[in-house]
Design a protein around this ligand. Structure first.
Ligand code: BJW
Length: 259
């Protein structure tokens, strides 16, 4: 596919779909400088496997290590900004009659770009809750402060604080998962953008959409287990292809980007 040869049927579907659903993963934030989950960590973290840090067992074993990793990621994301892909998705929400954005990302960059109807499957890095009882704790201004002693404690029960994200072996927020499946069952077009499509249950959602008759479109520079099941697979970075799709489908739309 060349830059100018977007599939005609896809552009038409974008223009006519009553309900479009998008599922995003870490690849959408890659062009903002946020490392994806399965690429090599950098610097201090190069020797750690992210999959082994994002578990309750890792936190029990070494809370300071896991907390420090999240503080490092918070610092990275704090200095990152949404990219063209995030902004194009926010614009898409304004242009189509019904739109749902399901994200596995915890960085909040979709909301920062202006997306409103965002279903967060794996929580949000900018909140904390306590490990023992799940008490939500307002992180306040000190969220980025270095913690030499490891995680702070819950003011209510004194147990250690953790980020309010979903780790391996934990269940996803019921209401988010229900909303995601419901959206998948009623859409005509389902875009899967920047995810390796290997983490359950998020990876099952495109199949629910396909069974309900939606057209499945994958946007990812690499192949994934979903690729053979997609109606269209566009092997390009999201920040290049999503803005082009929106511009082709709505040539007269003005960009909503304000920065
Ligand atoms: C670009 C790009 C550009 C680059 N443009 N694209 C065996 C079989 C089946 C299931 C299981 C199993 N063993 C265990 C499980 C269950 C487990 C699971 O699925 N594990 C798999 C690894 C096999 N799932 C769970 O535990 C979930 N809970 C659950 O199932 O509960 C029930 C249950 C309980 C107990 C036992 C069994 C079941 C919870 C999953 C929670 C995932 N949490 C994390 C961490 C969140 C917090 C944090 O950020 O730290 O979520 S893990 C991590 O993976 C993170 C991500 O949201 C998630 C998905 O990753 P994502 O977004 O796809 O990123 P990458 O890095 O994998 O891929 C990036 C992609 O972008 C790549 O494809 C690039 O090519 C692409 N890309 N640049 C577009 N510019």
């Amino acid at each position: 596919m060349t830059e100018d040869s977007l599939p005609h049927r896809l552009v038409e579907e974008l223009q006519t779909a009553e309900h479009i659903v998008v599922l995003t993963g870490a690849g959408v934030s890659a062009e903002s400088g946020v490392p994806t989950f399965r690429e090599a960590q950098t610097g201090l973290w190069a020797k750690y496997d992210a999959q082994e840090l994002a578990t309750p067992a890792a936190f029990r074993r070494n809370p300071k290590l896991v907390w420090d990793w999240y503080q490092w990621r918070r610092g990275l994301i704090w200095s990152a900004s949404p990219n063209e892909g995030h902004y194009a998705l926010a614009q898409l929400e304004q242009l189509c009659p019904r739109f749902s954005l399901i994200t596995q990302n915890v960085d909040g960059l979709h909301q920062e770009a202006g997306s409103v109807n965002v279903i967060e499957l794996h929580g949000n890095l900018w909140r904390n809750r306590c490990f023992a009882n799940g008490h939500p704790v307002d992180p306040g201004g000190e969220i980025l402060a270095p913690d030499t002693d490891g995680p702070p404690r819950c003011p209510r029960c004194q147990s250690l604080l953790r980020p309010d994200v979903v780790w391996f072996g934990e269940t996803l927020p019921r209401s988010s998962l229900d909303a995601a499946y419901a959206a998948a069952q009623t859409c005509q077009l389902f875009l899967v953008i920047g995810t390796s499509a290997v983490v359950h249950p998020a990876s099952s959602i495109p199949y629910v959409a396909a069974e309900s008759g939606a057209l499945i479109v994958e946007i990812n520079p690499e192949r994934t287990p979903l690729t053979p099941h997609a109606d269209f697979a566009l092997h390009r970075p999201a920040g290049q292809i999503v803005p082009r799709l929106v511009a082709h489908a709505w040539p007269n739309a003005h960009t909503t980007r304000t920065n």
